[in-house]
Design a protein around this ligand. Structure first.
Ligand code: UDP
Length: 411
């Protein structure tokens, strides 16, 4: 990790240099050495060597560790894929947790993070869009129990009779293809199940966190989007089952909070990417990576001038964890990366990172596709001290590496 090459020219001054210049150079070198040593001790303190794991996971974790020194490992020595870099003051109380959507992209990363923090997690998922493979790192972990259940049909007795301190509601199809394929489930899980879980939170005096979305802003007329913007949503369009049920979810939280004092947290999630997004759910980052790796045409929809702001999953999960433990704040909070990119630029960026020769192929734009999307994150910065730390280029490189291996495509 430490490459001394940059120090060499400084440590080998020319004979003809005057003494003062030489002293200045030595001083600069010492400052650099001290900085490097500080970095090293920080890393050494926070990295734990784990006895058993798959090569791919190890490689990924080493890569994550270069972004921030905190390398979280759970008590069984099974490593986690995320390097969350939470502040040392983050609460470490053992909590009894219910997590819906545990086998999904965000849910599975969150489940690992919570177990890594010493919490006891019951993860529920119907596997309608999630996959049990996402939970393989938690298999056999005594602090994690998986229940396969469709909460859209009501909370099973198994869940309803448990005691919880924290409830996370992440269950829902979340890609445009996913929620159009499962329209009624999407509507139910974000509306009826939210009510069921709010009731459960009230009964348990638990805090509940719900995963809302930037889709609440629809095709926004305000840019970037602040939490106070009410949105521009088609209530009967091809995204309405998702957009409107998430808006209902927020309304339900506010009602249970205002009328019954339930301790609620609402996050509005902007586009997030990283390892474990389902390969075929159509979301843009994985679609482009898959196409570029296979040398297939990259399907840019419309003219590709529409924008999204992409947040790497480790940053997103850190935002969730901070919001859950934040002081009293019940209104929605945007968690997303404000760095905006057009879909055409994104296709070219991914193609360059992979070194692929794929052509760009233009397809019709799906109905109600938002033209632009970018969070204003001033509130998250002020309230949680949160902002994304992982630049898109680095997050994409890690994501590409993961899918290269998953799809079995050699460099
Ligand atoms: N998109 C694209 N090609 C694809 C998939 C998506 O150009 O193969 C575009 C899509 O039209 C949208 C953006 O990428 O403008 C993000 O789409 P995604 O499905 O990831 O999520 P959304 O933000 O629309 O919910």
């Amino acid at each position: 990790m430490i490459d001394g090459a940059f120090l060499r020219p400084l440590l080998q001054p020319q004979k003809s240099q005057p003494v003062t210049k030489f002293v200045a150079v030595i001083n600069r070198s010492i400052t650099k050495i001290v900085k490097v040593l500080r970095l090293m001790t920080e890393s050494v303190r926070n990295i734990t060597i784990i006895p058993e794991f798959r090569w791919s996971d190890r490689q990924l974790t080493e890569d994550f560790a270069t972004f921030a020194p905190h390398h979280i490992v759970n008590q069984q020595g099974i490593e986690k894929m995320l390097n969350l870099n939470l502040p040392p003051s983050y609460p470490k109380q053992p909590r009894r947790v219910l997590l819906t959507g545990a086998a999904g992209f965000l849910g599975s990363h969150l489940a690992e993070a919570l177990v890594g923090l010493g919490q006891r997690v019951i993860g529920v998922d119907s596997l309608v869009t999630g996959s049990e493979e996402n939970l393989s790192n938690l298999k056999g972990n005594p602090n994690f129990r998986f229940i396969r259940a469709d909460i859209a049909r009501g909370l099973s007795a198994e869940i309803g009779e448990e005691k919880f301190d924290r409830i996370w509601h992440l269950a829902s199809p979340a890609s445009p293809i996913g929620y159009v394929k499962h329209q009624v489930t999407t509507l139910k899980v974000n509306s009826l199940s939210t009510i069921d879980l709010l009731e459960l939170a009230e009964k348990n005096k638990a805090r509940i966190f719900v995963a809302s979305t930037s889709e609440c802003y629809g095709d926004p007329l305000e840019h970037p989007q602040t939490e106070s913007y009410w949105g521009h949503v088609n209530p009967i369009g091809m995204r309405s089952m998702y957009d409107e049920s998430k808006r209902f979810m927020e309304a339900a939280c506010m009602a249970y909070h205002r009328e019954r004092g339930v301790d609620t947290r609402i996050v509005r999630i902007f586009n997030t990417y990283g390892p474990r997004l389902a390969v075929d759910d159509g979301r843009v980052v994985v679609a482009f990576i898959k196409q570029a790796l296979r040398g297939e045409p990259m399907t840019v929809q419309g003219d590709g001038s529409q924008t999204r702001s992409l947040c790497f999953v480790a940053d997103e999960i850190r935002g969730f964890l901070l919001l859950m433990e934040s002081p009293e704040y019940h209104l929605p909070v945007n968690i997303g990366n404000p760095e905006e990119v057009t879909m055409k630029e994104l296709a070219m960026e991914i193609r360059d990172l992979i070194g692929s020769k794929s052509e760009i192929m233009y397809l019709p734009l799906p109905p109600d596709d938002p033209k632009q999307r970018c969070p204003n994150i001033s509130l998250a910065k002020k309230l949680l001290g949160w902002e994304p730390a992982i630049p898109r280029k680095d997050g994409l490189a890690l994501t590409i590496k993961y899918y290269r291996e998953k799809l079995g495509i050699a460099e």
